[in-house]
Write a protein that binds this ligand. Structure first.
Ligand code: URA
Length: 272
């Protein structure tokens, strides 16, 4: 392979991109570049770097606020017009108000049994989901299937899965608050059209967005609450995200307690 010297080609954007790729930089992770040389030189902590890289909890910048509001309004408008799940899928595919769509390969809408009563809401597609256009096909998806398999539930028969975001955040970074806000109207409409009898929130990002709270997953998991759907209150529980459990297997014990709580809830519904 021809060696690329960036100093010879610095004004040519194609060569610059080739140089990045040859260095292993093959994905963008945010909408705007970060000038790492502008970071405070002394004493910058890992926390500073994270803040710069991932504006997850920071407010939307003032300059972007009006278009952010417009994007949310547009999402509410098109989501509300969707009369069924197929129309909602089309509305999401044609929506231009979330820049994640520009870097994603596919829109990931849902998987599982659309005629079931149980809705799982997770965070966002990863690389494999983005390639296949289906949620939870990766190792996290395999663990999810095993977790629910342990209480005799399968996605083919017993539940339906969606994500808060239908598009993969580049490099699997955590979605920003703004991205979650823009996609939330679609999730709310998805809930209205699917009409679940039980909602299971997978992981802290999904739970914080749906419940509009800022609470850590270790406090949220296993707690039952209600989602207001028209005049009904739908039971809702949060569980650990399987990717988190793959990284922190010591929490599988707690995840098992939460699954047993779900099983108990479902059994109590049958006997009512
Ligand atoms: N993680 C998620 O939250 N959703 C997926 O679809 C895959 C991984």
């Amino acid at each position: 392979m021809k060696k690329i010297d960036p100093s010879e080609n610095e004004l040519d954007p194609i060569n610059l991109l080739k140089w990045y790729v040859s260095c292993g930089v093959d994905e963008t992770t945010a909408n705007s570049p970060t000038n790492w040389f502008d970071l405070p030189k002394d004493n910058h902590t890992e926390q500073d770097v994270k803040k710069t890289l991932l504006p997850v909890t920071s407010p939307v910048p003032q300059t972007l606020l009006s278009s952010h509001k417009e994007n949310i309004e547009a999402a509410v408008e098109v989501a509300t017009k969707a009369a069924n799940l197929e129309e909602l899928r089309e509305a999401i595919i044609s929506f231009e108000g979330c820049s994640l769509k520009n870097t994603a390969s596919n829109t990931v809408f849902s998987d599982g049994n659309v005629d079931s009563d149980i809705l799982l809401i997770s965070e966002a597609p990863g690389a494999e989901e983005d390639q296949l256009g289906k949620p939870f096909v990766s190792s996290a998806g395999q663990l999810l299937d095993k977790m629910f398999g342990a209480i005799n539930m399968t996605r083919e028969q017993n539940f339906y899965i969606i994500n808060l975001l239908p598009w993969r955040p580049p490099g699997n970074r955590k979605p920003t608050v703004a991205e979650c806000e823009v996609c939330l109207p679609f999730v709310k409409r998805h809930i209205e059209l699917f009409k679940p009898k039980l909602i299971i929130l997978i992981g802290g990002t999904s739970a914080n967005s749906i419940m509009n709270v800022k609470t850590g997953i270790t406090k949220l998991r296993g707690k039952w609450s209600k989602f207001k759907l028209d005049d009904q209150m739908i039971p809702m529980i949060t569980i650990f995200h399987p990717s988190y459990l793959l990284r922190q297997p010591q929490f599988k014990k707690l995840a098992w307690q939460d699954l047993l709580s779900i099983k108990e809830h479902l059994e109590s519904q049958k006997s009512d």
